[in-house]
Design a protein around this ligand. Structure first.
Ligand code: COA
Length: 322
């Protein structure tokens, strides 16, 4: 009998504080209209001073566990994707395990920047398919606002905070159809965030803020995401019309629209959360998926294409029969 990974729960958390484009334009030389036209973003959420990646992950995870109707103790594996871990170690996944009161499971973080959720789903699917785990909790949780230089108008307009979660279970009917993940370090300097504590003498003065050559990243993202669509459809012997929903990483509406055009899909079949969330890095795809599931747009049996692109570069997709 074949083993598949089936989605049994989703969750999401957004911090309370809203930072609008108008708020940002009071401190840097930009405007609401420039930001909205170039990115599709109007506002983003900012984590409170006492919030962390693990505290936000906990809220999203509990929602997913409740939707699934299981006990936290049944979870075999927790994978957290984050670029803003509470601590260098233990992993945020271990901290989440403790918060959920789970005594005995495997927990680890993965770092693939904005593609983190897709990488985590891909790993989770392999654990389930090989029989190494049954119930796997995948979380993306990010406090991007703490990595942003709020005086840099090229980056501070883009990012927001939040956490998304998906709970998978082994099943004998198909759930995740395929996952595809890629990395290429050649472009590491187009989008990066230094770690001042691990700096060499040569780069010890670099601050720990996101650095991005936005326009170059934009062009590569559009082309790369076009290729991942082709790869995913070919691997599943599917046509563009077989996809019911596109759940993209939320970086820029123009990038998302290009992927939708590639799929000949109307924007009505794209789950967009960008306008009021900005780019929440590894949380964004899971937050959007959760929103589509909870508001009833994504229905059982429908085919959903999740995709993301991020620093590294890293990119990937997960094709899911929900
Ligand atoms: N407000 C006003 N003007 C701004 C601005 C801002 N926030 N940011 C940049 N500009 C200016 C630039 O200085 C430049 O001015 P110039 O023509 O006088 O030199 C002009 O706007 C165009 O800059 P450019 O960087 O080419 O703009 P863009 O259309 O590429 O938009 C981004 C910038 C960042 C919105 C866009 O490149 C982007 O979204 N990139 C991809 C980001 C991404 O996906 N990152 C994460 C991947 S996970």
């Amino acid at each position: 009998m074949n083993r598949y990974s089936k989605v049994i729960g989703t969750g999401g958390y957004l911090p309370e504080t809203i930072r609008t484009n108008e708020d940002i334009s009071r401190h840097v030389d930009t405007s609401d209209s420039w930001i909205y036209e170039r990115t599709g973003i109007k506002s983003r959420r900012i984590a409170g001073a006492d919030e962390t990646a693990s505290s936000m992950a906990e809220i999203a995870a509990i929602q997913a566990i409740e939707m699934a109707g299981i006990e936290a103790g049944e979870i075999d594996l927790i994978i957290v994707a984050t670029g803003t871990p509470d601590r260098v170690y233990p992993s945020t996944a271990c901290l989440l395990q403790e918060r959920l009161g789970i005594q005995n499971c495997v927990s680890f973080d993965i770092q693939a920047a904005c593609s983190g959720a897709i990488f985590a789903l891909s790993i989770a699917d392999k654990f389930i398919k090989t029989g190494a785990a049954d119930k796997v909790l995948v979380v993306g949780s990010e406090i991007c606002s703490r990595l942003v230089d709020w005086t840099d108008r090229g980056t501070c307009i883009l990012f927001g905070d939040g956490a998304g979660a998906v709970l998978l279970d082994s099943a004998d009917e198909v759930g995740i159809l395929s996952t595809h993940i890629h990395s290429d370090g050649e472009f590491e300097d187009l989008l990066y965030c230094p770690n001042p504590q691990a700096a060499t003498e040569a780069n010890k003065d670099e601050a720990g803020f996101i650095n991005m050559r936005g326009n170059e990243v934009f062009k590569i993202a559009v082309n790369t995401l076009g290729r991942i669509v082709d790869e995913t459809l070919a691997a599943n012997d599917m046509e563009k019309t077989d996809i019911d929903w596109l759940v993209p990483h939320q970086a820029n509406t123009r990038i998302i629209a290009a992927t939708a055009r590639k799929l000949r899909m109307s924007m009505e079949h794209v789950i967009l959360t960008l306008e009021n969330q900005g780019n929440t890095s590894s949380a964004s795809v899971l937050l959007a998926f959760n929103e589509g599931v909870r508001d009833g747009r994504i229905q059982r049996g429908q085919v959903v294409l999740l995709e993301a692109f991020g620093a590294g570069f890293t990119w990937g997709s997960a094709l899911i029969k929900y």
